[in-house]
Design a protein around this ligand. Sequence first.
Ligand SMILES: Nc1ncnc2c1ncn2[C@@H]1O[C@H](COP(=O)(O)O)[C@@H](O)[C@H]1OP(=O)(O)O
Ligand SMILES: [Mg+2]
Ligand SMILES: [Mg+2]
Ligand SMILES: [Mg+2]
Length: 354
Amino acid sequence: MSLAFTTEKQLAISAVRRACSLTSSVFNKLVKNETLTKGDKSPVTVGDYSAQAVISSMLHCAFPEDPIVGEEDAAELRAEAGATLRGRIVELANEALVRELGQGDYAEWGIGPGSQQTSEQLLDAIDRGNYEGGRSGRMWTIDPIDGTKGFLRGEQYAVCLALLVDAEVQVGVLGCPNLPVDSSKPDGEKGCIFVAVRGQGAQQMKLSGADPAPLSMPPYSPSAFNFLESVEAAHSSHSTINKISSLMGITRPPIRMDSQAKYACLARGDGGAYMRMPTGVGYKEKIWDHAAGSLIIEESGGIVSDSKGQRLDFGLGQTLGENYGVIATAKDAHAKLLQAVQQVLRDPSVPSKA
Ligand SMILES: Nc1ncnc2c1ncn2[C@@H]1O[C@H](COP(=O)(O)O)[C@@H](O)[C@H]1OP(=O)(O)O
Ligand SMILES: [Mg+2]
Ligand SMILES: [Mg+2]
Ligand SMILES: [Mg+2]
């Protein structure tokens, strides 16, 4: 097996590009009854299901032995009540699989004209994401739409795919269809892909695959430092992050953004640190929400840890287990930030910023 992961990287970019073309087109056509509420009260749309079906179908074609830890499963779609959604997903996934996407596409990965899949094949592809994860071997992890709430608001979301080998992320790709290509031109062209391979650096490119450029995080700058945090207060404690900000004397307001697009922005220098603090309800973070983003940060020169300074452990199954809170920042800022985080967690009476 080549450690260069050349085919894995090409396949991952191609699969994420195809899934992004699907999610972008589905957003404009989404109708009310195409969104379900899952057991944990979070939304899932036809976009999430069909994007997982597309990525999983392509992975299966290229690497049939590799298990997949995916966010979604097809149980609701297989039920009688899921017939309408099922039909829509088959239509969307097939559109994305046969679409002509130009450069960098490989017909041998089950895509292009003639690669139409049946309903059963696509439901099976979604359900191949049911691997429980673990410490050893190769596995892929998919979050077909990360930040579904952001997607539904027409804001940021990310299509996320990563390859893990023996619990280390080796390849990570994030597709961010709504993210400006150039953060200094927020109304300019949108749609970026972020790619990292361990030991080979990280890159940003356009959704078309054009203009790849290496990513390198700028060093710590106290006057420019700010936090990237969740839009949803239920996902991450805004008040804890506010206290950390106050303790560090940070004057710039946080940037609120859904999904792993926050990691992507941090990697290119838009923001000082990714922050995720537990809300106290015992939620365990999922590997598909951090695998690609954490490698993109590390390969851009940053550090990712939990709130105790421990590395994220991707070898425990679907969740990050006891890794509570996530902080990611430039190498020279991490110790300072971690100290402030721990002080606030020890002493919640630290005042907030007005
Ligand atoms: N209660 C929760 N606490 C933390 N994260 C959650 C919770 N519920 C869902 N998520 C997931 O948090 C991520 C969104 O992160 P952020 O808040 O940074 O945008 C998503 O992966 C979302 O799932 P999903 O992939 O379904 O959108
Ligand atoms: Mg979800
Ligand atoms: Mg997610
Ligand atoms: Mg998701």
